[in-house]
Write a protein that binds this ligand. Structure first.
Ligand code: CP
Ligand code: NVA
Length: 303
C-alpha cells in the first residue's frame, strides 16, 4: 500500500506515468468520454483548513470516475472534540477506500497514515502541498515540455509550496531559485531534501527571476499563520511579482500561483491576469492529475 504524504513518496518513473495518464484522463474529460475506473470506491476527505480547489477537484474527480465521497471537517466531526487521530484513522479507513487530508502539522497526517488500512493523500499541510506541485508540473509540461534542466524562481515565503518545489526539483532534475525575506527562508531539513544542489538562494527577488523558465509565488500568510499577517505585510513588501521581475525571466517564462491570490500583495494584477500567467490551467489540472493519482494509489499502473 502506498500513501502520498510528500512529493518524494513517488519516483521520477511514477511521475512520468502519472503525467501521461493525466493527459489521457484530461482528453477523455474534454470529449465527455466516461472514465469509470473507480466505480463503488469511496474517498473520505478531511478538511481541518478551508479549501475551494482541493475540495472541488477531489470531490468532482471521484464522482466522475464512478466513485463517491464523504466530506468531514474538524467542526462537524469528532476530530474537533479530541478523538485521537489514531482512532479516527482506524475507524475511517475501515469504511472507505481512500482518504485525503488537509491539516496543520505533517506529523498529524503521518500518524493518521500509520494507522490507516487504506492509502492517504496529503491535501496540504503546513509543510507540504504535493497535489498542487503535481498539477503545476503537469501544467508546465503541457505548455513547455519537460521541466528537467529548467529553472523555477520561487519569490516569497519559504512555505509548504516552496518546500514541495524543492522536493520536486531533486526528483525531476530541475533547479529552484529561492528568494524569501530574512526570517522566512526555506529550511532544508523541513523541506526534506537530500542536498542543497538543486536550489540556490538569492536575497534579491529580481536576481532569482533572472533567466528563469517559470516564476511562481504564493500568499504571504498561509493558513494557520494568520496572527502574523501584519508583520508579514511589512516584511514581504519587496517580494511582489511584478512586470519587471517577469521581464528579468526568459521571454517565454510562465507565471504560476496555486491560488487563492491577493493581487497587489504577492503578485501584481498585470502579471497574474497577463499573457504569461497559466493559473487557470494550473487550477483545472488539479482535477486531472488527482484522478490519475487516486487511480494509481488504488489500482496501480493501468493501460
Ligand atoms: N490551491 C489550493 O489548494 O486551493 P484551495 O485552498 O482552494 O484548495
Ligand atoms: N501556502 C498556502 C497555500 C494555499 C493553497 C497555505 O498553506 O495557505
Amino acid at each position: 500500500m502506498k500513501h502520498y504524504l510528500q512529493f518524494c513518496d513517488l519516483s521520477a518513473d511514477d511521475y512520468a506515468y502519472l503525467f501521461e495518464r493525466s493527459s489521457l484522463i484530461k482528453k477523455k474529460f474534454k470529449s465527455y468520454e466516461k472514465h469509470h475506473t473507480l466505480v463503488d470506491r469511496t474517498l473520505a476527505m478531511i478538511f481541518e483548513k478551508a479549501s475551494t480547489r482541493t475540495r472541488v477537484s477531489f470531490e468532482a474527480g471521484m464522482y466522475q470516475m464512478g466513485g463517491s465521497v464523504v466530506h468531514l471537517t474538524t467542526g462537524d466531526s469528532q476530530l474537533g472534540r479530541s478523538e485521537p487521530i489514531e482512532d479516527s484513522a482506524k475507524v475511517i479507513s475501515r469504511m472507505v477506500d481512500l482518504v485525503m487530508i488537509r491539516t496543520y502539522e505533517q506529523t498529524k497526517i503521518e500518524r493518521f497514515a500509520e494507522h490507516s488500512r487504506v492509502p492517504v493523500i496529503n491535501g496540504l499541510t503546513n509543510e507540504f502541498h504535493p497535489c498542487q506541485i503535481l498539477a503545476d508540473i503537469f501544467t508546465y509540461i503541457e505548455h513547455r515540455g519537460s521541466i528537467a534542466g529548467k529553472t523555477v524562481a520561487w519569490v516569497g515565503d519559504g512555505n509548504n509550496m516552496a518546500n514541495t518545489w524543492l522536493q520536486a526539483s531533486e526528483i525531476l532534475g530541475f533547479k529552484v531559485h529561492v528568494s524569501t525575506p530574512g526570517g522566512y527562508e526555506v529550511d532544508q531539513s523541513i523541506a526534506g531534501i537530500r542536498s542543497a544542489e538543486s536550489y540556490q538562494v538569492f536575497d534579491d527577488p529580481m536576481q532569482a527571476c533572472a533567466g528563469a523558465d517559470l516564476v511562481t509565488t504564493d500568499v504571504w500568510t498561509s493558513m494557520g499563520f494568520e496572527a502574523e499577517n501584519e508583520t508579514r505585510k511589512v516584511a514581504f513588501v519587496d517580494w511582489c511579482v511584478d512586470a519587471e521581475m517577469m521581464r528579468a525571466a526568459k521571454p517565454d517564462a510562465l507565471f504560476m500561483h496555486c491560488l487563492p491570490a491577493h493581487r497587489g500583495e504577492e503578485v501584481q494584477a498585470e502579471v497574474i491576469d497577463g499573457p504569461q500567467s497559466v493559473v487557470w490551467d494550473e487550477a483545472e489540472n488539479r482535477l486531472h492529475v488527482q484522478k490519475a493519482l487516486m487511480e494509481f494509489l488504488l489500482l496501480g499502473r493501468l493501460g
